[in-house]
Design a protein around this ligand. Structure first.
Ligand code: HEM
Length: 127
């Protein structure tokens, strides 16, 4: 559980920083910091994978959730790496929104697994 707690903390901070940087990219500032944003994004994905994997070693293990973290993380990295080439022109905002939603889903899934694991472990101790 300790590993999951630490990974969730890093995930929260990472998504927050990536989000603020992303909004600044949108408004046309700090474009030179895109590599830092990508590194933070990859760190976020690693945290999500750690959460997915670590919950698999608890009594609340779920293979489906572990798989979900793996798939979501992979899709987020792939979209992040290649998004600039997709739908160039006036429809590019669609890719940008998808990228943003994937980033927010990463924190959503991480938080959900954290809450679920904590709840299930607590109830298994009480039983
Ligand atoms: C952790 C969650 C993440 C959040 C919340 C997030 C959010 C954002 C937002 C709001 C933007 C500005 C809109 C856009 O251009 O799409 C952006 C841009 C960008 N993000 Fe992320 N991002 C995340 C993760 C990642 C990852 C993992 C990568 C790649 C490994 C990445 C690569 C990029 C790039 C290259 C841009 C600039 C795109 C452009 O100049 O058109 N992001 N991000």
């Amino acid at each position: 559980m300790k590993v999951i707690t630490i990974a969730v903390m890093v995930l929260r901070i990472g998504v927050l920083v990536a989000l603020v940087m992303g909004i600044l990219f949108w408004t046309g500032n700090i474009q030179n910091l895109i590599p830092i944003h990508m590194l933070i994004g990859i760190l976020v994905v690693l945290c999500l994978w750690v959460i997915g994997l670590a919950q698999g070693f608890t009594k609340a293990a779920s293979f489906g959730l572990a798989l979900a973290t793996f798939i979501l993380g992979l899709v987020l990295v792939i979209v992040g790496l290649y998004q600039t080439r997709w739908l160039p022109g006036s429809s590019h905002w669609i890719i940008q929104v998808i990228h943003l939603l994937l980033g927010l889903s990463a924190i959503g899934l991480g938080e959900m697994i954290y809450a679920r694991t904590k709840r299930r472990l607590k109830s298994s101790v009480a039983a």
